[in-house]
Design a protein around this ligand. Sequence first.
Ligand code: NAD
Length: 433
Amino acid sequence: MVVCLSDSDASVPRGTELPGHGATFGAMLEEFNTAARLLDLEPGLWKVLTSPKRQIVVSCPVEMDSGETEVFTGYRVQYNIALGPAKGGIRFHPAVTLDEVTALAAWMTWKCAVAQVPFGGGKGGVACDPTRMSRRELERLTRRYVAEIVDAIGPDKDIPAPDVNTNDQVMAWVMDTYSMHTGATATAVVTGKPLELGGSAGRREATGRGVSIVAREAARHAGFSLDGARVAVQGFGNVGSVSARLLRRMGARVVAVTDWKGGVYDEGGLDVDAMIEYARQNQTVDGFPAGRPLSNEALLSLDADILVPAALENQITSKNAAGVRARVIVEGANGPTTPEAHRQLHERGVLIVPDILANAGGVTASYFEWVQNRHGYFWPEEDVNERLEAKMMAAFETVVKTARRYRVDLRTAAYVVAIDRVATVTRMRGMYA
Ligand code: NAD
């Protein structure tokens, strides 16, 4: 059984067959293969690193408020655990598939390696539409999903976290369900928890904080200052809203924001704090009383200095890349740019800070949360933020240096750093049995 890594290239070693292999995992493989060629990776390791270690698919029956039973499909993928226990978020979204979850788990593997946190890569998701579910239904679904995967997760095995449409409350349910099954309170089984329940100060903002730090460094790298720079943000959830707020604080002008419904544009700069409050009340930024309405498509082609895609995968594609006018793209979301779009933009001189570097702040603060849970000793927010900044800066500098050494774009460089680190420990650990 064989994974189709690249139909057109017979020189690429092939791994095991991947159920559900599709376009998103294919995009990850394309990025991987480019860097693996530069590293002259051994064919055996190539196969190992392109094969998910474990893919779990579960059916989650849930009694809905109407009294009817629905069955939701859930996934948990542990892509690679060479560096440590698997780590990765849980996504609730109607479009969740095994292909998407596997690609996201692979990206987590490379992200943890780039950020130098001692975790492997995992990801989970349930195909559901949380906007149409009550809080009680969401709780029942979360608990059933966790019960179905309970043997596979744990503080030393696999540690979930929030992702699209999941938050600290969902993480509290994950932690409680796991703890009820194991008979002991296990805070370290999940990160992104409420502060009162073992969460870390600074974790909720950490991904956006990391995005804003690398955006500042990328602007410097591209030869302009953040002061007054025009920023456009797609997606205004956890990552998008915090990135916008912190970039605004650093002196940038947030001129455009969109989400699933629509958005707004104001050349003079938007009041980000007021937008966060508006989005909290209305579940969208669409209709925010400022500037003029803006569609998602129009946001991507705005004349902005920095574009922060912070929604979902495959937003910047070969179809719309030609219209992108930003000088710098900082990928808050995972996989927002397809490989073909990336090629076109890089050739045009657009500086792209790749997801596995740009949004690594979240997993870095998750690592801090896990460490604090295991020590039972909590750090003040300044310490978390300071250590986060140091880790993001170190990762950014390593990737930039690698890009110079190999004369490649930042994405390829980040993969080179990540693959090299995972391959090195895999060689050291050797092949079991
Ligand atoms: P979220 O659920 O808090 O927010 C998602 C946002 O995207 C919402 O504003 C939503 O309206 C918008 N959106 C959804 N579909 C859209 C569409 N088709 N077009 C435009 N906007 C759309 O999720 P989040 O946690 O902010 O995650 C966003 C991205 O960042 C995801 O790719 C996620 O994997 C990635 N990420 C999140 C974290 C984290 O710590 N939360 C860490 C690393 C990466």
